[in-house]
Design a protein around this ligand. Sequence first.
Ligand SMILES: [Zn+2]
Length: 444
Amino acid sequence: MLPSTSNYLLKNACVPLCLIETQSIALNADTIATRQTRDGLCMVDLEIATGAIAQITPAGTELSSSKGDIPVIDWRGGLVFPCFVDMHTHLDKAHAWERSPNPDGTFSSAIETVGADAQKNWNADDVYRRMEFGLKCSYAHGTKAIRTHIDSGGEQANISLAVFEELRAEWGDRLILQAVSLVSLDYLLTPAGEKLADKMAEIGGIFGGVAYVNPDLDQQLDRVFSLAKERGLNLDFHTDENDDPESVTLREIAKTAIRHQFAGQIICGHCCSLAVQPPELVTETLILVKEANIGIVTLPMCNLYLQDRQSGRTPRWRGVTLVHELKAAGIPIAIASDNCRDPFYGFGDHDVLEVFNMAVRIAHLDMPYGDWPSAVTKTPADLMGLPNLGRIAVGLPADLILFKARNFSELLSRSQRDRTVLWQGIEIDTTLPDYRELDDLLVT
Ligand SMILES: [Zn+2]
């Protein structure tokens, strides 16, 4: 369908205005803005030259029609997104469902089942093949950068982080991969915790862990911030993934960050309990989070699955954090996929469009859509320190996803499995890996 050249004009591409860097638009940026639909979409022509975006012009204007000598593709109003950025995943746990299903769908069973699965099965070959399967899915769906948490207690850290490094090198020409260490924070008070910090610095990773309310939380947080500061590491935490109003680790992390005058990037994922806390406490927490310059990642599919689950009782709560309130407070918020076909989430395919689709339904991101498409593109790219990703701008590679859907209703009503993914302007093979590839690993 597309020319096998990286020089052409992609006409009549419908792009969310929030994903175009307006300073790079030829003509007046206002011309495009005034033409946007009520969903914040606008029609542009994209000139692609040697795989990069050479020009963005309002559709059908003189500037674009003057390009007589290059092939023209008319996308007929179909949506065009920059490639996705999935900033919170667990590739080391993924695709083990058949051998280690969650027996009752609860959080505690997920922890227990994953622990047993790791103990029994997580050798280098097993971790490599399941992680690679996830990368193949992500790539085929149009993702360009992925951050994965890696269970890093004891010897497992050496096995899984070595696999991560191997895959990061092998996939380096197609995907940008980041790893975060994942242990509960008490681990960091031990000498092994210090070694782990060294290891994450050595591999260019991010330091992190799960924060639980406990009598030693202050000491644990001081330790994690000190270890990170000494090594210049960024931080990424799992916080308050529960419905207990007393769970305030997000607030405590913000306070610690401020006290330490921490200059690195801090991310907190989940923050579910914020949604069940009294309004005064929420206000206080949001002020602290803003002051500490913390970015938040919400994981709506996993939250919907695990939160408010009790056998025989219908769930009342969708499980997500206060995404609208966080955004209104000026706090950057990203949406990501989290677990995939493992005991924490029995479904998923590393498709960020599905994540966005579910997030729109779960958290009401559609009235209006506003700049919510940024939450799976531009915002996570910025939070991951990748300012050239997740946006459409002159001079950036034409790493794009082209949908036949022309508006959000069409986009979010079908799977869009027939999307076209461009890597530097050239169409990639979007065939998904066959589940059968992993069959021999899943025999119990
Ligand atoms: Zn997670």
